[in-house]
Design a protein around this ligand. Structure first.
Ligand code: AMP
Length: 194
């Protein structure tokens, strides 16, 4: 693995533990020589994370749509900033550049990005690990939602299991390093089986 993509809030949230976790993840990425790919912003947990990796001498690649960059929301000190045309191009670029995906606490953008890369794993579009860092139980509701969706017959158990839940950055990154993409049944081949 060379680079990890991190999705996280453009806010810092109300608990100091969220920014602490962003700093902890940033230090761990740098310690392992893993580059960071992220949304390119300077605000919220995104800024905390990018500043930490840069401060540790690590590589940080931002991928930001032109309109967001134009509103001066882009981080000015990154190793590299890709300015792309759309949110769709951003997602595809992030997936291409990265070997795994981690979600820290965040809002709708973080949820959307995480669920999209999970959906792409379900479809076999990529075979890279996807995990959330469950700081102070922030992602417990998502875990419960997935169990509910499996129970109600809308998500296969093996697809829900594609999302790894970790409580510390070293633990989650160790699991990423050992990750082998399972041969998941592809949802689109036989929709009646999903
Ligand atoms: P949210 O979780 O709604 O705060 O959105 C954060 C996610 O959306 C990040 O992972 C980014 O990829 C993207 N995003 C939202 N706001 C910004 C911003 N100001 N600059 C760059 N990316 C952003």
């Amino acid at each position: 693995m060379r680079r990890i993509c991190v999705f996280c809030g453009s806010a810092v949230g109300v608990r100091p533990a969220y920014a602490d976790a962003a700093r902890g993840l940033g230090r761990e990425l740098a310690r392992r020589g893993l580059g960071l790919v992220y949304g390119g912003g300077s605000v919220g947990l995104m800024g905390v994370l990018a500043d930490t990796v840069l401060g540790e001498g690590g590589e940080v690649i931002g991928v930001i749509p032109g309109p967001l960059a134009a509103r001066e929301l882009a981080h000015a000190g990154l190793t590299k900033l890709h300015v792309v045309a759309s949110m769709h191009e951003r997602k595809a670029t992030m997936v291409r550049l990265s070997d795994g995906f981690v979600a820290l606490p965040g809002g709708l953008g973080t949820l959307e990005e995480t669920l999209e890369v999970l959906t792409w794993a379900q479809l076999g579009i990529h075979g890279k690990p996807v995990g959330v860092l469950d700081v102070e139980g922030y992602w417990t509701g998502l875990e419960r939602m997935l169990v509910h969706a499996v129970g109600e017959g809308f998500v296969r158990a093996e697809h829900a299991a594609l999302l790894l839940f970790g409580t510390s950055a070293p633990e989650l990154l160790d699991r990423f390093a050992a990750w082998r993409a399972p041969a998941v049944p592809r949802a689109w081949l036989d929709p009646s089986q999903t």
